[in-house]
Design a protein around this ligand. Structure first.
Ligand code: PBG
Length: 432
């Protein structure tokens, strides 16, 4: 503490260069007073004003009771002005006085936890999260190798269990993805509109047990297609647009009939939002919303998901319907079409590598924006955590917050339950 010197503010000026504090002193106070200040500072840290740019984040409470403080104030005994105490830098730090006229010091607004919280521009809450769930006909919950912590849930037990646990931490929105047995797959994916199929059954069960949850569904043929494509494949390999849309309308109506709150076409066929809106309305489902996958890119980040559902395309890729990752403006064309056709929510997918597109949609539409943190994004963070290369929990929370900052209202994420438990204060819980 020998190098600590205190000054009265009247005769010195403190400046800072980098992390170091310096002064242009007019008349430093006497060494004796200085020593006594330092002693007082040590004895009663709560009585010290630090000239430092960092404030202690620990609570500082005077040792006197409220009554004593009040009595002293009534008697006119106000505390002396607090001494200014300047912590020293490391030994040998050069004293510079270059930046004293700096008028903007953005670090001032970051100097304590309370100030940082006051000025935080974006927040994440469980209400913003939608948890995707994989379901299958079996009774067991089968771990998904490429997505540690995710399971194909048995629709009777595991599904209800998982929803119970998610609701417990405040997640009330779910999107269902079915693993369909090969025997039920076909070239036209007709199982997708079987009213007694896996998805409609699971929706009815969920809505019966938890009427207050919001159930989103996936509208696309790939889980039901023997070709593994989102649409019907013509003999020359072309994905047929209008014929596929016809199937998707039947699928969406079947899901609405089962009680779905939001149907989400993820197929990227042209004109499907308008057609699905008309089909829903014709059946009286005016209140069922459409979340359109507006900007869904042909992304390698879907790899683990396709393993989960065994839904890899049997040939080729999805580039004739999903968007080129190189394209930005094209997302506006899709946005205009989806808005005009009556979409209620616009979705961007994947999320983290496409934050510019999330922002683009946010700035060009008044509709709610969703972003899908897809399987590959999830698995990379999990793998990095397992290998101890990153702090899984911190990276998870940061990635979700950043997706919100880019403009997403809701985030579909396999981390939804884990992140919500962190938001509930249950940090460090084990999620395999
Ligand atoms: C297909 C669909 C896909 C995903 C959601 N719906 C995969 C695909 O387009 O091949 C991917 C989700 C993920 O990777 O988490 N309709």
């Amino acid at each position: 503490m020998a190098s600590t010197i205190s000054f009265s503010t009247g005769n010195v000026r403190l400046i800072r260069v980098g992390n170091d504090h310096h002064y242009v002193g007019l008349r430093p106070i006497s060494p004796q007073r200085c020593v006594s200040f330092v002693a007082r500072a040590k004895a009663k840290p709560s009585m010290v004003i630090r000239a430092s740019n960092e404030q202690d984040t620990s609570a500082k409470i005077s040792s006197r009771s409220i009554e004593e403080c009040e009595a002293a104030a009534v008697a006119g005994n106000f505390p002396d002005p607090l001494p200014l105490y300047r912590p020293s830098g490391p030994r040998g730090t050069r004293m510079l006085n270059l930046l004293y006229s700096l008028s903007r010091r953005p670090r001032r607004n970051r100097k304590s936890a309370t100030l940082r919280a006051s000025f935080q521009e974006t927040n994440l809450s469980a209400a913003n999260l939608v948890l995707p769930l994989f379901i299958h006909e079996g009774e067991e919950d089968v771990p998904i190798g490429a997505m540690p912590g995710c399971f194909r849930l048995g629709w009777r037990h595991g599904l209800l269990d998982e929803v119970y646990k998610a609701r417990d931490v405040g997640v009330s929105s779910f999107v269902l993805f079915p693993k369909i047995p090969d025997a039920l797959k076909s070239q036209t994916g007709d199982e997708s509109f079987n009213d007694n199929g896996l998805v409609p059954r699971a929706i009815r069960l969920l809505k019966d047990k938890y009427p207050d949850i919001v159930v989103y569904t996936d509208v696309a043929l790939d889980p039901y297609s023997s070709d593994g494509h989102d649409g019907i494949v013509r003999e020359d390999g072309v994905i047929m647009n209008d014929e596929t849309v016809h199937q998707l309308c039947k699928q969406a109506v079947s899901q609405a009939r089962a009680g779905a709150d939001v149907v989400s076409p993820s197929d990227m066929m042209d004109g499907r939002v308008g057609a699905i809106r008309a089909a829903l309305d014709a059946e009286g489902f005016h209140d069922v919303s459409i979340m359109s996958y507006t900007a869904k890119y042909a992304s390698a980040f879907y790899g683990p998901f396709r393993e989960a559902l065994d839904s890899n395309p049997r040939f080729g890729d999805k580039k004739t319907y999903q968007m080129n990752p190189a394209n930005y403006r094209e997302a506006l064309t899709e946005t205009e079409a989806d808005e005009a056709e009556g979409a209620d929510i616009l979705l961007v997918k994947p999320a983290l590598p496409y934050l510019d597109v999330v922002r683009l949609l946010r700035d060009n539409s008044a509709l709610p924006i969703a972003a899908y943190q897809v399987s590959g994004e999830y698995s990379m963070i999990k793998a990095g955590g397992v290998l101890k290369m990153i702090d899984e929990e911190k990276v998870m929370m940061e990635s979700l917050l950043c997706i919100r900052r880019a403009g997403a209202d809701i985030i579909l994420s396999y981390f939804a339950r884990q992140a919500a438990s962190v938001l509930c204060g249950m940090s460090g819980m084990k999620f395999k």
